[in-house]
Write a protein that binds this ligand. Sequence first.
Ligand code: 3PG
Length: 375
Amino acid sequence: MNLPNITEAKDLKGKRVLLRVDFNVPVKEGVVSDDFRIRKTIPTIRFLKNTGARVIILSHIGREKTDTLRPVSEKLGQSISHVFVEDFESEEGRKLLNSLDNGEIALIENLRKWDGEKNSDKKFAESIAVFGDIFVNEAFAVSHRKDASVFELPKLLPSYFGPLFAEEVQNLSRAFKTEHPFLFILGGAKFETKMPLIEKYLDTADMVFVGGALANTFYKMKGCEIGTSVCDETTVGMESLLDNKKLLLPLDVVVDGPSGKIVRSRNEVLSAEKIEDDGPETVKMLEDLISKAKFILWNGPLGYYEGGFDDATLAVASALSKSSAEVIVGGGDTVAAIERLEIKNPNIFVSTGGGAMLDFLSSGTLPGIDAIMKK
Ligand code: 3PG
């Protein structure tokens, strides 16, 4: 895919650049607790600053109108000085944005404070477009949404992609033509969103391991006891996948219940127990598969990571750190595991996308890409 890249644009000096990024990062007690997405975007902001462009950064955070980008502004301020614009529609906000000098930067408050953003409202997009001469999409991670700033705004201005966006597309596209053996590891929950992906990669990958809460749904379809575990009920038409020899499920699991936290084989789970993580036999199987694979895609934790059931997820991350395969990893908790272990394996590409990564892998494009490419 040949994406128009802002780094190839000429004469950016003095131009007002609307830079859509994805600063939807976890915040705990008012402080950014994982700045991966911010760090990945800083080179693009610096590049634009150095060209003498006037940069207006746009992002969303969370799903509530009360969610604020203030903690992000504080974090970003440690690397890049900028003004924070609370309300771009107010007189003060307009004044701040219109008085930016060459090389200066502004960050606008959470776009989801305005209904127009989620409603793909063209008028809302127009109200932002008046502040810019050029639009840059550097928000791969939200480009699976038809939000106004992703889908409508690029239709109103000359538009480009950022270098990080291009890097995402280039790396994820490798999944469409891989070396073999190709191992796909999929965890997390959200059966409905991940199902098309499982179906697609059962065709092209050599092995598709489904772990985490997703696997509970498969167990249930097989008639196994899953106790009080997280599971999805919408499985219509999926039964045929169970016979596919490429589909691998956990061999054992960690359960929490009346006997405490213990390991059980998948056929021994009791009705009062909850499956919280994949077990050591499963990890062993995955370590073996990882050591033999030439291409590996991984999205989603293998257990309830946030709740501290992180052993299987960390063990897979650790196995990948030693792998010589080409590896692509994405999704919040999956990336958190890679970061936690400070893995530096140059063969691993860590995507900023969660849902966007999955949608791109499933369809080869995203609404945010089409909005620019089909103009
Ligand atoms: C993400 O974190 O996946 C993106 O920022 C999109 O967020 P959303 O799922 O709230 O639209």
